[in-house]
Design a protein around this ligand. Structure first.
Ligand SMILES: [Zn+2]
Length: 469
């Protein structure tokens, strides 16, 4: 019999890890992660060597059984878990468009990157769809995202192609919650065929829904724009097996718009009344920021299988969505949600970028911090936690992702220490303490500036020279 034992890998560096309790992190100045051949973590912690034995957090490993990869001074952190991002919004060719027309187009045909006329078939565009999907995945990895809840295309054929790319090549663990975006007939006045509820069972039969890195998810685009029939149709298929993602109307701006139309139903209530909350396996809902007590009670009944993603544009009292094209605008938002209420009700929440054309995904932490005007070390760690382990909890992926724990997947980022310690913003710092400095820096500067390598299940999926310009 062949020699089958593969050496475990030992990655050494500074290591920042996250956990569920104050102060939400642990930091190892001489840290190590031991990764087995399945890409899972066998041990994590501070390490030392003695007489050919490596000790990591009390575990012992013989040095000849390890392949040691030393990242020196650099920093290793868990991969980010993004809980609300639109695939088809990525990289829209804005340069050739007039801005107003472009925004109009986005508003009307938000998932329009996969636009076909009724006469055209997706297969004609297969190469383009693949290229876009790979480009989106490159974007995720270069920004440190190793798991995500994604709004995918409306077009069923396009969805299948995207699904195949995510499933076949990027990991073995469930990690890409891929939404088939669904709209009501009324909203579906688009120059391409959109899936109807009756198409869905056929899709489910064709997809390998278990043991796949892509997780099928229904994504009724926004609850307030779906007909009861559509929501009920989804409920009938859910059967406790499938994830749901949707935009909620519980924001000041949407509520005002709905009131003008004579509607004042709560979306979370609609989701309960149509049976979706009961029938879904897991739910990830974006933008629910202004729940009243009754709505919090509804959520509470299902809190073991749903979470909320708050994005920098979740709550605008003045402009609505679509007016945050630069950092100046973000200052005028009032995107503050009631953290205490979420905490007191033990309701899961985390952060999402939503539409990455507005700002790079690596600015999410910076904006969350700015919007909430929090600047101390504790709250800096808090935001990092909510984009890693907290994100995994919201996405229903906490068992395998979000932090370095024995048995979880080795999804991690290597951050260039030289870049982290550049002094461009150091004047705002009060503390020279390394941990405080790190927390401050990682939440103040776009994080992709520091990321030089991204690992998924112990394999490198993104890398660049640490001295890149
Ligand atoms: Zn969105």
């Amino acid at each position: 019999m062949a020699f089958l034992t593969e050496k475990k890998k030992m990655y050494t560096a500074r290591i920042l890890n996250f956990n569920d309790h104050v102060p939400y992190y642990t930091y190892f100045r001489n840290g190590a992660i031991i990764v087995n051949s399945q890409g899972k973590i066998d041990s994590i912690g501070a390490w030392k060597a003695k007489d050919g034995t490596i000790f990591v957090n009390g575990d012992e490993f013989q040095i000849e059984n390890l392949k040691i990869i030393d990242f020196g001074d650099d920093l290793i952190i868990p991969g980010f878990v993004e809980t609300h991002i639109h695939l088809t919004h990525h990289g829209f060719p804005i340069s050739n468009e007039k801005l107003d027309e472009w925004l109009q187009l986005i508003n009307e045909y938000a998932e329009s990157r996969f636009m076909f006329t009724k006469e055209e078939s997706a297969s004609k565009f297969e190469a383009r769809i693949r290229r876009l999907t790979y480009s989106f995945i490159d974007y995720l990895f270069s920004h440190g995202i190793t798991s995500a809840a994604i709004y995918g295309p409306y077009n069923l054929e396009a969805y299948k192609i995207v699904w195949e790319v995510f499933t076949n090549e990027f990991g073995t663990a469930p990690r890409w919650i891929l939404g088939l975006t669904i709209v009501s007939d009324k909203e579906a006045q688009m120059p391409f065929p959109v899936p109807s509820v009756k198409d869905i069972p056929q899709l489910l039969c064709q997809s390998n829904l278990d043991n796949s890195s892509a997780v099928f998810s229904f994504a009724p685009r926004s609850v307030w724009s779906c007909s009861d029939d559509l929501l009920q149709g989804i409920t009938e298929i859910l059967d406790g097996k499938y994830f749901v993602q949707s935009h909620l109307g519980e924001t000041t701006w949407v509520r005002e718009q709905l009131k003008k139309q004579g509607r004042d139903e709560s979306d979370i209530k609609i989701l309960e009344d149509t049976g979706i909350l009961k029938a879904m396996k897991w739910g990830i809902f974006a933008h629910g920021v202004i729940f009243n007590d009754e709505e919090f009670q509804t959520i509470n009944r299902y809190r073991n299988k749903l979470g909320f993603s708050h994005t920098p544009i979740s709550e605008s009292k003045t402009q609505g969505f679509g007016h945050y094209l630069n950092e100046l605008d973000i200052k005028s938002t009032e995107s503050i949600f009631n953290l205490e209420k979420y905490k007191n009700n033990h309701i899961l929440w985390s952060l999402g970028v939503d539409e990455p054309w507005y700002y790079p995904v690596s600015n999410v932490l910076k904006y969350a911090k700015k919007i909430h005007q929090s600047h101390d070390t504790h709250s800096n760690a808090f935001w990092l936690y909510y984009y890693t382990l907290g994100g995994a909890a919201v996405a229903g992926l906490k068992q395998g992702q979000g932090s370095f724990d024995v048995g979880k997947f080795a999804d991690f980022l290597v951050l260039d220490w030289t870049r982290i310690t550049e002094t461009e913003t150091i004047d705002e710092m009060n503390s020279q303490d390394e941990e405080a400095y790190l927390m401050y820096k990682l939440t103040s500067v776009p994080t992709n500036k520091f990321i030089v390598k991204t690992f998924l299940e112990g394999k490198q999926v993104f890398g660049r020279d640490s001295s890149y310009a």
